[in-house]
Design a protein around this ligand. Structure first.
Ligand SMILES: [Zn+2]
Length: 189
């Protein structure tokens, strides 16, 4: 049985039993917050529970490392949509200790890709086309520095409004304990 089969079987039961009723809410986040966090599986339930968030409370954006890698990529766009369309008034960037993106280098990913059948020619074609795989596939060395960098990328964006605070935090992936890296008191509230 594939994961999809398991998921579909469970879903049928979930809908039929009316279990969804407890989650009904609307698209505007009740706590007016958007959270950019890592996709790490340990934080699927831990993150909302450790923050005291329930369904409907927050906009949750996840990727590998809780990073904004491009000022005009999908993460930045999601944050701006949250602010201008969905009543988001505060942003939390939450990375975590022991992240898979720490000390990740492009070579590791490209070697695995080659093992999976991607040819060196395909990789060379991308590099020759000017795609900087080295930076694109690179992780970070220090999680706090990475959070500071991400917060600053968001705040410096030309379309980002000055009155929205952007805070940076690091979570312990076992206990859910948060450490504050950036407490944004400067946003003109
Ligand atoms: Zn992570």
């Amino acid at each position: 049985m594939s994961v999809l089969d398991e998921v579909l079987a469970f879903n049928q039961e979930f809908v039929d039993s009316g279990e969804y009723a407890q989650f009904i809410t609307n698209k505007f986040p009740e706590r007016h917050v958007a959270i950019l966090s890592c996709m790490d599986a340990r934080m699927v339930e831990l993150l909302p529970k450790a923050l005291g968030l329930k369904n409907g409370d927050a906009k949750l954006i996840k990727n590998a490392g809780a990073l904004v890698t491009h000022p005009f990529g999908s993460v930045m766009r999601s944050l701006l949509v949250g602010i201008y369309q969905l009543e988001v008034k505060e942003i939390l960037v939450i990375a975590h200790m022991d992240c898979g993106m720490r000390s990740l280098h492009a070579d590791e990913i490209l070697n695995r890709a080659k093992e999976a059948g991607i040819t060196q020619e395909a990789i060379d074609t991308l590099i020759n086309a000017g795609i900087d795989l080295e930076s694109w596939l690179k992780g970070f060395d220090n999680v706090e520095d990475s959070v500071r960098h991400t917060v600053s990328m968001i705040k410096k964006h030309p379309l980002f409004p000055k009155h929205i605070p952007v805070h940076g935090l690091v979570m312990h992936p076992a206990t859910g304990k948060l450490s504050t890296v950036v407490h944004d008191r400067d946003a003109a509230q």
